[in-house]
Design a protein around this ligand. Structure first.
Ligand SMILES: Cc1ncc(COP(=O)(O)O)c(C=O)c1O
Length: 405
């Protein structure tokens, strides 16, 4: 399929290019010393991603340890309530450890093992990446340091406990807003000191090349499975697909299965309390081009051109930028990026729980809310939503802040 001059039949061969660019976005903006470490990761990744042994091992792990493939569920009661459009969810909440994050953590930890590294390092916001990486580290017998802001540590207490039980070292980040961006800064700092023995497992399709490519590749299992399963279930492709976008990993993997199809694709960012700077984290909607954490993308900046303070009810979405591939897909118009605010999110959280018996993560509830909106607007057809994770981690926070509705 050709879309605005881009040939999607060969898209994955050309995007990103060999320097990690999706059009003008991506690349690698780091110190020469760290660049050497990145080059080592790139070389190792390009070697093992072609190795039959590595692919077979990852397939086995996905089936026997992660419980893949995750199913698609038809949301019959919610669809009937909203009208004629049929809503479906891809159940990444049923992936082991409760979210899509394990898909790339198992791949990255396997790569770390192959490279002879002893430790994995990462940041976490919602704690979901931290739990996934701690799980992968335990599985492969690696040490694991997880950097997390104090605000998120309080908000996501169950996940902090899980990381510790899994044997990870949770390092509290106490500066700035004490949320995801500061945690990424701290993890980057630690990696630049420890790169000889450790590998940085960034939490999303972010950071310098090869991470946006590598994380998308590991997450593409979601899109490949979803396309096959939906065709088998309904005999056709969905009319529209929806995923939430923080850094953009669940969306990148899910979308990759449908980019070359006549399917409308929606990426949903958090509008938080509203469009005023500081009240949201909708970087693709309100941001401008800039460099942060080693890559060029669209980002929210303050008056000094520095990453702006951001907010979302979902700890996993409050990051002032998104992956370079999303900036590119937005520019060429292949994916439409839109926003959902906190209230609509919480409403979707309770609606899906009550009507379907599925408690979604607050992050994923953004996609559910948008799917519900689309269903009302479209009038007929089908919408497939990526349910990126489950809401167990959010229980305490929701009950304290919103009560039970
Ligand atoms: C359940 C869930 N969904 C989505 C996200 C957002 O990340 P990404 O945009 O990389 O998928 C997170 C981040 O922690 C998450 O925990």
């Amino acid at each position: 399929m050709n879309f605005n001059g881009i040939d999607f039949d060969t898209y994955f061969k050309h995007y990103p290019d060999e320097k990690g660019y999706f059009g003008k976005y991506g690349g690698s903006f780091i110190s020469p010393e760290l660049q050497k470490a990145m080059d080592e990761i790139t070389e190792a990744y390009f070697t093992i991603c072609k190795s039959r042994k590595f692919i077979a091992e990852l397939r086995r792990i996905r089936k026997e340890f992660q419980g893949r493939p995750t199913p698609i569920s038809h949301l019959e009661r919610l669809s009937n309530k909203l009208g004629n459009v049929q809503l479906y969810v891809k159940r990444e909440d049923l992936n082991h450890s409760g979210a899509h994050k394990l898909n790339h953590c198992m791949g990255e930890a396997l790569l770390a093992k192959y490279m002879g590294k002893k430790k994995v390092i990462a940041e976490t916001g919602a704690g979901q990446l931290g739990v996934a990486l701690a799980t992968a580290a335990a599985y492969f017998g690696l040490e694991c340091d997880i950097y997390m802001g104090s605000v998120d540590i309080k908000k996501q207490a169950p996940n902090v406990a899980r990381m510790k039980i899994l044997g990870a070292n949770v390092v509290e980040v106490t500066h700035g807003l004490q949320t995801l961006k500061e945690a990424v800064d701290a993890a980057f700092d630690a990696y630049s000191k420890e790169y000889k023995d450790a590998i940085y497992c960034i939490g999303s399709v972010l950071g310098p090349h090869p991470f946006p490519l590598m994380v998308r590749d590991f997450q593409s299992v979601v899109g490949i499975e979803a396309r096959e399963q939906f065709l088998e279930m309904t005999g056709e492709l969905p009319d529209a697909i929806v995923a939430c976008v923080g850094g953009g990993s669940n969306a990148a993997g899910f979308f990759s299965g449908f980019l070359n199809d006549p399917v409308d694709i929606y990426g949903i960012e958090p509008l938080g309390r509203g469009p005023k700077m500081g009240d949201h984290a909708a970087s693709l909607k309100y941001g401008t081009e800039g460099i942060m954490h080693g890559f060029n993308s669209i980002m929210l900046k303050d008056e000094n051109g520095e990453p702006a303070p951001v907010y979302s009810v979902a700890s996993g979405l409050d990051y002032p930028s998104s992956g370079p591939e999303h900036a590119f897909l937005q520019d060429i118009g292949r994916v439409k990026y839109d926003v959902i605010d906190d209230e609509e999110t919480i409403d979707a959280f309770f609606t899906l729980s009550k009507l379907e018996g599925i408690i979604p993560a607050i992050e994923s509830s953004h996609a559910v809310a948008y799917g519900m909106k689309l269903a009302k607007e479209m009038g007929k057809g089908s919408v497939l939503i990526n349910l990126s994770g489950r809401g167990d981690k959010d229980m305490d926070y929701i009950i304290e802040k919103y009560g039970i509705r």
